[in-house]
Design a protein around this ligand. Sequence first.
Ligand SMILES: O=C1C[C@@](O)(C(=O)O)C[C@@H](O)[C@@H]1O
Length: 237
Amino acid sequence: MPRVPFVLQPGVPLVVGSFGDSKSLASIPLDLVHSSCDLVEIRLDLLDSESISSEDRPWHRFAGMPLLFTARRASEGGAGELDAEARMAMIRSVIEDASLVDIEVASISEMQPVIDDLKKAGVPWIGSFHDFFQVPATDLLSAKRMAARNAGAAAFKAAVELGWEMDQLAPLARFVQKSSDYPVSLMGMGPLAPVSRVLFAQLGSVLNYGYLGDTPTAPGQWSAKQLKEAIEGSRKA
Ligand SMILES: O=C1C[C@@](O)(C(=O)O)C[C@@H](O)[C@@H]1O
């Protein structure tokens, strides 16, 4: 399957459709995928190992769409206790199909060998950060963004638990707005996730995640289709 080249542009909001289970990945109607998102995230840590390693790889159904691969570490919401070696092996096995790869900022040093492989193959990667409990200080987010940028990531992405902390929305919104010289993707999780995702996309968050199929991959996610419609609606307002 030829890789689809992919370039992120600061301030241009795209929708990522994310699969949380193997059954949805294998059975979702293709036209629904095409109409719901701009790129597809394959969460390698959430799928059955047989479906990932089968010769007939389930994501080959989406030929022509950019594919983002993620093998999430457990401490940032990944399923299973996959160590860096296991996650690197997963990523190496999909490099030929990948338009983009997600690597946590916390994993950069231990996963440097696979980052070097991505560089050689000309595959961009995003440096990510997840906090499932709170909104971290903006200074911490800025430090993570700098670490991602310095390590060569094409973008920085963060997902943080908002709870009902409405006061936290404004500083996060400013964080996205101020990042006009480097692509940033930001999203809330929890009860304010839906509203935060539309707001941050409106302000230029580059990758905005919703789920494809039956299983959300984060608390409070919209379906990719709903998110795409909401973002398109907000851009017309
Ligand atoms: O990191 C992200 C963002 C996400 O956690 C979300 O909040 O939508 C969903 C994950 O699948 C993805 O890898």
